[in-house]
Design a protein around this ligand. Structure first.
Ligand SMILES: Nc1ncnc2c1ncn2[C@@H]1O[C@H](COP(=O)(O)OP(=O)(O)OP(=O)(O)O)[C@@H](O)[C@H]1O
Ligand SMILES: [Mg+2]
Length: 745
């Protein structure tokens, strides 16, 4: 069987048009990501392109991981040399090799948001800025936006002439950047900006990567910012074998500098681009899809897209407004419990989505009370916990003693009698002498103001030197063990003996596990490599795939994912759309962005969608009263069921509905989607061809990459069989039979 028969005609065009620029602009669930993975397989298997020449970029680690898995299961040998990664990790890889050409050490540190904040605090103190009037966070936001737009501190200063506020920001930006450089560190935005700089100014490096990446693909292209656009443009220039896929209706990162014009103007940048539209949705039932279409139709200035589906109407969308957020959470927990009890769904099929992180607490409480296992994506990230950060800071100092923040964090942890005053003196001395903090500490004896405190610093410096030797001679996990033993970190927690201390010890154990598994899974494990992997773990990575728990996350984190049973909670005007967007000067624009987020939320659902809201909710300690979200009212009424809006006259659902929407709805009723779908499906006439398999469940099979294993399950996925195999070495994998090319043994 031809591997690509499971694709529709438009998808095939996306896969087979390998040369020149290609833009795939299509709605949610239309198989954009699927086209990308098949395209990679096609390039290698049919066009004989070496995996080494291929790059596929996406936004989250989770998405990159899923893409990697899909590609691995399609092609055997060599898939590991394809770059399948996020923008950030691709850039780290490039910079680890060539950052020295920008005057950094190749072992530079990556600062997370917390680190940047600490640094900014310090800068404001040094520059004597009144942080009550000029907030640190504002400076950081301004700097981040400048970096996303590739504006250097010098350019920023140029543009600021004559503007008092901006001049101050320029001064802070310059100082912030200088300090990062002195610490041999980059923040997240630098990773992209510095790579662009490198590619722009170093012809050798540019030629090297242009030659290497002969085929480039970008998923979720609608959310790229100017710096990311420039990066892709530079890498692809010359051959221009660039395939980008995205959906302008799902652009939700304007606040991080995403520039929707990157996708809308793609054809202007690349006039010879092949533009492909995908219109069949394979993810959701017709009711869910029509609800999403109904909502997004209210945005102006969008490229009109018509999505249809072959799947039936499915269940109606269930909507309920509750008196309080408490009742809302209670309902969701009970609904999930009941469905799992009836074996309709497993916990892992269910996702609860919300607008802001704070909404999770109430939901969590109810889930705990109902004994429902759940995981929060984006809650307190494991790597942000104190004990984990402390130990990682030790490792950072061992790796790169130029990182002042890490040094400051641990110099007196555990207590060594080195007080803030001594640290301040050493840090002032470092500043004056143009040294980094650790270098200053190494010369503590020479710092006149330190006096006797110098004697306390020497053992700390010796300790770090000792750790370096351990790391070089015995490796990473030995290093971590040595740090734990020598600092007495765990001992101290044991003495403390509280539940909290116990939880911290468990987190440390988890970190040890992480280091050991990193060492086992990596060909050449290094301390820098480990720290880098840790720094890049987005919150979403805490999601495992064993499917045994309900997932809670913000709508932003849900992009690209899909679940059979989805709950959209907190659908209230003032919360979603947010009060800020409703009252903003450019309210129309802001609300359109929120509406796109709503579209993303609705389209995550495959089979069931439940929408809930509360009249009364506590926010930042204040009780607030909200009406039903305007987005709910934009869903055609015939798609909705449930105890909805009747109890309170002021919430009358339909009287507020604008006339134009009613008309739209009437039009929809005249041409029912099911009929359109049926006709379109007939017109399509895709041939279904599927070879039978020569192995069955329980048989032993062999895969080129994963080796031998036992077939656990075979599902008829329509156009192809989906085979689940428990491999002896590689564990359980699910793959398409035609790609997997399994041989019975
Ligand atoms: N031709 C096809 N035949 C069968 N299933 C398909 C086909 N194309 C896509 N799918 C399935 O439809 C679902 C959605 O596909 P995919 O995630 O690639 O869509 P997408 O366009 O990337 O969505 P999003 O906009 O949300 O990122 C997946 O479960 C995918 O396996
Ligand atoms: Mg996708």
């Amino acid at each position: 069987m031809n591997t690509y028969d499971s694709l529709n005609e438009q998808q095939k065009l996306g896969v087979f048009t390998t040369e020149g620029p290609v833009l795939i602009l299509a709605g949610a669930g239309s198989g954009k990501t699927r086209v990308l993975t098949h395209r990679v397989a096609y390039l290698i298997e049919e066009k004989g392109v070496a995996p080494y020449h291929i790059m596929a970029i996406t936004f989250t680690n989770k998405a990159a991981g899923e893409m990697r898995e899909r590609i691995d299961s399609m092609i055997g040998m060599g898939s590991e040399s394809i770059w399948v990664s996020t923008f950030h990790s691709s850039c780290v890889r490039i910079l680890r090799r060539f950052a020295d050409r920008l005057g950094y050490d190749n072992s530079f540190t990556i600062y997370d948001t917390d680190d940047s904040k600490t640094l900014m605090k310090d800068i404001c103190k040094r520059l004597e800025i009144d942080t009550k009037m000029y907030k640190e966070k504002t400076f950081l936001n301004v700097i981040s936006s400048a970096k996303n737009e590739l504006i250097s501190p010098e350019e920023f200063a140029q543009n600021a002439i004559g503007d008092f506020n901006k001049t101050r920001q320029a001064q802070v930006y310059r100082e912030y950047q200088a300090r990062l450089k002195a610490n041999n560190a980059m923040d997240f935005d630098d990773l992209i900006m510095k790579t662009v700089e490198l590619l722009k100014f170093d012809t050798e490096v540019r030629n090297f990567y242009q030659e290497k990446f002969q085929y480039i693909m970008v998923d979720e292209y609608q959310d790229t910012n100017t710096a990311q656009f420039e990066l892709v443009r530079l890498l692809a220039s010359g051959r221009e074998n660039l395939c980008v896929v995205g959906d302008d209706d799902q652009s939700i990162y304007k606040f991080r500098g995403a520039n929707i014009y990157n996708i809308l103007n793609f054809e202007k940048h690349y006039p010879n681009a092949t533009v492909i539209k995908l219109e069949q949705n394979y993810r959701s039932t017709a009711n869910i899809l029509n609800a999403a279409n109904g909502v997004i139709a209210n945005n102006r200035g969008r490229k009109e897209k018509r999505l249809w589906t072959e799947s039936g109407d499915g269940e109606k969308i269930y909507f309920q407004q509750f008196d309080s957020a408490y009742e809302e959470a209670d309902f969701i927990a009970r609904d999930i419990a009941a469905r799992v009890r009836r074996s309709e769904y497993q916990y892992g099929d269910c996702a609860i989505l919300y607008r802001t992180n704070g909404q999770s607490r109430m939901l969590e409480e109810k889930l705990i009370m109902s004994g429902i296992p759940y995981k929060i994506v984006g809650g307190v990230n494991f790597y942000a916990r104190r004990e984990v950060k402390d130990l990682l800071s030790y490792m950072k100092v061992v790796d790169n003693a130029q990182d002042d923040l890490a040094v400051q964090r641990i110099i007196n942890v555990p207590k060594r009698g080195i007080g803030a005053t001594s640290i301040g003196k050493a840090s002032d001395y470092a500043y004056r002498m143009g040294l980094n903090l650790f270098e200053a500490l190494e010369r503590a004896e020479e710092i006149p103001t330190l006096g006797r405190a110098a004697g306390k610093i020497a053992p700390f410096v010796d300790l770090i030197h000792h750790f370096r030797k351990v790391c070089a001679n015995e490796g990473l996990s030995a290093l971590l063990q040595e740090i734990i033993t020598e600092t007495g970190y765990v001992e101290e927690l044991k003495v403390e003996g509280t539940d909290e201390a116990q939880a911290r010890i468990e987190n440390i154990d988890e970190l040890i596990t992480k280091v050991v598994s990193y060492e086992q899974e990596t060909d050449e494990p290094t301390l820098s490599g480990f720290l880098e992997e840790v720094a890049l773990v987005a919150d979403i990575d805490s999601l495992d795939d064993d499917g045994s728990y309900v997932v809670l996350m913000t709508l932003h984190s849900a992009k690209g994912l899909e679940f059979p049973n989805v709950y959209l909670s907190g659908m209230e005007d003032g919360l979603f759309p947010s009060y800020m967007s409703i009252t903003a000067d450019n309210s129309d624009e802001e609300i359109e962005e929120e509406r796109r987020l709503c579209y993303v939320g609705i389209t995550r659902a495959k089979e069931r969608l439940t929408i809930t809201g509360a009249r009364m909710r506590m926010m930042r300690g204040e009780t607030q009263y909200h009406g039903i979200s305007r987005f709910v009212k934009e869903i055609p009424e015939d798609l909705i069921q449930g105890n909805t809006w009747e109890p309170k006259p002021k919430d009358d659902f339909f009287s507020e509905r604008p006339m134009s929407n009613r008309q739209k709805m009437c039009n929809m009723k005249k041409t029912p989607l099911a009929a359109q779908t049926y006709q379109a499906a007939k017109d399509f006439g895709t041939k279904i061809q599927k070879n039978s398999l020569d192995y069955g469940e329980g048989d032993r099979v062999k895969h080129v990459k994963f080796g031998e294993g036992t077939v656990v399950q075979i599902n008829d996925g329509g156009r192809d069989f989906e085979v689940t195999v428990e491999f002896d070495g590689a564990g359980r994998k699910k793959m398409f039979a035609s790609f997997a090319k399994l041989q019975k043994v």
